[in-house]
Write a protein that binds this ligand. Structure first.
Ligand code: CA
Length: 229
């Protein structure tokens, strides 16, 4: 699963170029243009990484770091202007993992993100989360992207595989349609929410013994779907 990075930056052109470089490096990127918007995203879901401008409208980067550190140890890189050395020190004291000084090259920022992920061991955590799963006749291997049912290989599309792996990776956890759209399709706005329903139906036809009476891919009425091991 790609790492999700939240970029909090009020200068639209900078936010855009930073997201572009991060996306090219294989990360999923969400941007917020002020502290309040960042909090509304973070209250829903803590990403795998946060890049935070110190000088922000509504709520500054330092307060936001303090808010985040009360809730999570997600890695944080702060972005500061050259003259704000005092903020830089405060940011690190408040628990930011690293900082970059404006103007910076986007490529430099990507390298810093990788370095922080390495240092905090999050890249290995990622590798660990790529483990193969197996449940009573159903096996899912994310490295080869092969799914077998009672030892015979099942042909899944890329999105069917991603959705099955996500659900099976968190057994019994209920995912809403929106969460599945966000995690499997990257939250693309042009995707019809009915897409999820269609994919679940096809997956059931492929992996369930009796698709009309599924044992693994269960509907949680009015909420979404979950995987039952
Ligand atoms: Ca700013």
């Amino acid at each position: 699963m790609d790492k999700r990075i939240l970029v909090v930056e009020d200068e639209p052109s900078l936010a855009e170029v930073v997201s572009l470089y991060l996306k090219r490096a294989g990360y999923q990127v969400q941007t917020a243009s002020n502290g309040k918007q960042a909090i509304s995203f973070l209250e829903k879901q803590i990403p795998d990484f946060v890049i935070l401008d110190i000088m922000l409208p509504e709520m500054d980067g330092l307060s936001l770091t303090r808010w985040l550190r009360d809730r999570s140890d997600v890695p944080i890189i702060m972005v500061t202007a050259r003259r704000e050395e005092i903020d830089r020190i405060a940011g690190l004291e408040m628990g930011a993992d690293d900082y970059v000084v404006k103007p910076f090259s986007p490529q430099e920022l990507v390298s810093r993100v990788r370095a922080v992920l390495r240092r905090t061991g999050r890249d290995q955590a990622g590798a660990e989360s790529d483990r193969a799963l197996s449940f009573d006749g159903l096996a899912i291997d994310p490295r080869t992207r092969v799914v077998t049912v009672k030892e015979s290989e099942v042909d899944l599309t890329a999105k069917e595989f991603d959705m099955l792996y996500l659900l099976a990776h968190y057994p019994k956890q209920v995912f809403t349609r929106d969460q599945l759209l966000e995690r499997v399709w990257g939250g693309a706005e042009y995707i019809d929410p009915g897409t999820v329903t269609v994919h679940v139906r096809r997956l059931r036809e492929k992996i369930e013994e009796d698709p009309s009476n599924p044992k693994h891919l269960l509907t949680v009425w009015g909420v979404g779907y979950k995987f039952e091991p």
